[in-house]
Design a protein around this ligand. Structure first.
Ligand code: NI
Length: 185
């Protein structure tokens, strides 16, 4: 089932999300729904807070990048309870967007590599290092679980320049092609 994407301005995007355990109800359905929602909005990643759930879960399918970034081949995965062990390597810039920020794309600098501990959809633990575009998408989605968004990585000047457009999003004045839920007081 396709879920509406939570737009910037909703406090759920600013909460630190909680680990879950095997008793979490219908986790496989939730993961399937997150992939379906992500594909319906042409995203390459989606974190649970973006559908209003403050739990440590995100899904990624980076195959769309494969032409420019061969490491993206077959990179389709759900991450449960991910925790970063380390990031390293040289920072590089990439033009990022986010389904919770329709229409905004900005260059963001992030380290080249990230090592994560996480559970797969069968609750089997993995420790894995991601590089290149895979590390990029993982770090973007992971930020959502810590209540961070990609705009937090921009300079104060850049953010000031975006302020009107950010306000427009939080006020529900943008119209993306996908289902979105604006925050209303
Ligand atoms: Ni995002």
């Amino acid at each position: 089932m396709i879920k509406p994407i939570i737009a910037y301005g909703n406090p759920v995007l600013r909460k630190v999300a909680e680990d879950i355990d095997k008793t979490y109800p219908e986790i496989q359905t939730l993961i399937d729904d997150m992939f379906e929602t992500m594909y319906a909005s042409d995203g390459v990643g989606l974190a649970a807070p973006q559908i209003g759930l403050s739990i440590r879960l995100f899904v990624i399918d980076a195959e769309a990048f494969v032409e420019d970034y061969p490491e993206a081949k077959g990179f389709r995965k759900a991450f449960i309870n991910p925790h970063v062990i380390e990031t390293n390597g040289e920072e590089w810039l990439f033009n990022e967007g986010c389904l919770s920020f329709p229409g905004i794309h900005e260059d963001v600098s992030r380290p080249a590599n990230v090592t994560l501990k996480y559970l797969d959809e069968n609750f089997v633990e993995h420790t894995e290092t991601f590089t290149g575009i895979c590390a990029r998408v993982v770090q973007h989605e992971y930020d959502h679980l810590d209540g961070k968004c990609f705009i937090d990585h921009l300079s104060p000047l850049k953010r000031r320049m975006l302020q009107r457009r950010l306000n427009a999003i939080s006020e529900g004045k943008v119209h993306p092609k996908y289902k979105i839920k604006f925050f209303k007081k």
